[in-house]
Design a protein. Structure first.
Length: 193
């Protein structure tokens, strides 16, 4: 049996100890009891979540699934009897990964396997070609001057060490998070991590 608890009931549970029983009007207590009983006997909250996730599916901001979820919510609220249901216009930043083709052009031409990090700026249609400057850390990248990196491609050759506690992730994450910004400040055409 599925049991769900409406938010109103959860709020009551959290704040009830802060309010003495004598200060609660009888009608509020009766409403709270009805909400509690409904929460214990109905599964509407679960049914709504199940409907959204199964009928609409993934809802990444700015995607077609996002628009479908808004349409689903409007229809569902109207179906439930809500009045004045509408969607407010919002601007959602949207980034499309697109395609990526990375190649070593000299001295031994070969194609590399790569993926774009979310939010990466687009590459011009004609592509980018430049000498690669290799560093092993974010600190090394920061130590480069604009003269050393301008017009070149920064390659941060950092190996993420695997540890059971995940401690190797943090240094690699910092490189992914700001390495491209550090390189761009120094005039790099692109950053490969």
């Amino acid at each position: 049996m599925r049991t769900t608890i409406p938010i109103a009931f959860l709020t009551l549970l959290v704040f009830a100890p802060l309010v003495s029983a004598q200060s609660i009007p009888a009608e509020v207590g009766a409403t709270a009891a009805k909400l509690r009983d409904a929460a214990l006997s109905e599964s509407i909250a679960y049914d709504l979540v199940e409907s959204l996730t199964m009928e609409v599916g993934p809802r990444l901001a700015g995607s077609a699934g996002d628009a479908a979820a808004v349409a689903w919510a409007i229809a569902k609220m109207k179906e439930l009897g809500f009045e004045r249901v509408h969607a407010d216009p919002v601007e959602v930043p949207h980034w499309d990964r697109g395609t990526l083709d990375v190649r070593v052009t000299a001295p031994y031409p070969q194609r590399l396997t790569a993926t774009s990090l979310g939010g990466s700026p687009g590459t011009p249609y004609e592509g980018i070609e430049g000498q690669v400057v290799r560093v092993e850390s974010l600190a090394e990248l920061r130590a480069l001057s604009r003269q050393q990196l301008s017009g070149r491609i920064a390659f941060v050759d950092h190996v993420m060490e695997r540890h059971r506690d995940g401690s190797g992730y943090s240094p690699a994450s910092r490189i992914r998070g700001c390495g491209h910004v550090v390189a761009a400040e120094r005039g790099a055409l692109a950053t490969i991590i």
